[in-house]
Ligand binder design. Structure first.
Ligand code: NAD
Length: 256
């Protein structure tokens, strides 16, 4: 379905980003990976699916590096048809204790990076009259949780950015939508499970049950594969007129 298209997925060396990159690769898209840590393993996983793959190590807190990454993707594959703004970090602390440097980092990586990448890819998408921008927000783009001020502010912000980007391109073939996952068991969430286990003296399994039980009625994690399928749906012809939605996949979290 996506043969000949190119997808740039930020923060795709792990977790949800890698899951989405693999789902798009399975549909035949060329993939540009980004993120920290080992990238040769993820590159091999994408290549094994028969897709062309390249990697750029831009730090998503740095606008100049984001611009260089988009140029690299365009130079490598001709253009960027699909942008998945996914890179993200978490920091947990009450507002009065929140380190200023962590606030700035969360806002830069989880929110401003999506603005910088979107503004860089949009002109070519508009010229081609086809494009998909998929912003990985969170249920925290729709509701709050204590001790996550920067994350919740960034995710509400990205839902707003999604709506405006969708509206500005509403008469074109370029769509912009957000995905709002509940809990997904990735390194980002495993750290929160580990912190809960350590602070309450619980086993990993008990801490996991507690984490899910507090918020997610299904008592199940959403998987990167399921989120990948939702991204594929947004890229399909059925997604031509889906514009500016914040689509939760959250086991009932925000239905409560
Ligand atoms: P993860 O830690 O597994 O992956 C994060 C990715 O972002 C990694 O590839 C990492 O290298 C990259 N990254 C981090 N800082 C970066 C930077 N400065 N520059 C470039 N890349 C950087 O986390 P994940 O759970 O897969 O999270 C991915 C996205 O999904 C995030 O935006 C997160 O907020 C969102 N999300 C996660 C969950 C969850 O439960 N895991 C729920 C809702 C939303």
């Amino acid at each position: 379905m996506l043969k000949g298209k190119t997808a740039l997925v930020t923060g795709s060396t792990s977790g949800i980003g890698l899951g989405i990159a693999k789902a798009l690769a399975q549909q035949g898209a060329n993939i540009v990976l980004n993120g920290f840590g080992d990238h040769t393993g993820p590159e091999a996983e994408i290549a094994a699916l028969g897709a062309k793959v390249a990697y750029h190590g831009a730090d998503m807190s740095k606008p100049v590096e984001i611009e260089a990454m988009v140029k690299f993707a365009q130079d490598t594959f001709g253009r960027v048809d699909i942008l998945v703004n996914n890179a993200g970090i978490q920091h947990v602390a009450r507002v009065e204790n929140f380190p200023v440097e962590r606030w700035d980092a969360v806002i830069a990586i989880n929110l401003s990076s999506a603005f910088h990448a979107s503004r860089a890819v949009l002109p070519a998408m508009q010229q081609a009259n086809w494009g998909r921008i998929i912003n990985v927000a969170s249920v925290h783009g729709l509701v709050g949780s204590a001790e996550k001020s920067a994350y919740v502010a960034a995710k509400h912000g990205i839902v707003g950015l999604t709506k405006v980007t969708a509206l500005e391109n509403a008469t074109t073939g370029v769509t912009c939508n957000a995905i709002c996952p509940g809990w997904v068991l990735t390194p980002l969430v495993q750290k929160q499970v580990d912190a809960k286990a350590a602070s309450l003296g619980l086993s990993n399994q008990k801490a996991t049950e507690l984490l899910l039980g507090e918020k997610e009625p299904s008592m199940q994690f959403t998987t990167p594969e399921e989120l990948g399928e939702l991204a594929v749906f947004f890229c399909s012809a059925a997604g031509n007129n889906i514009r500016g939605v914040a689509w939760n996949m959250d086991g009932g979290w925000t239905a409560q």
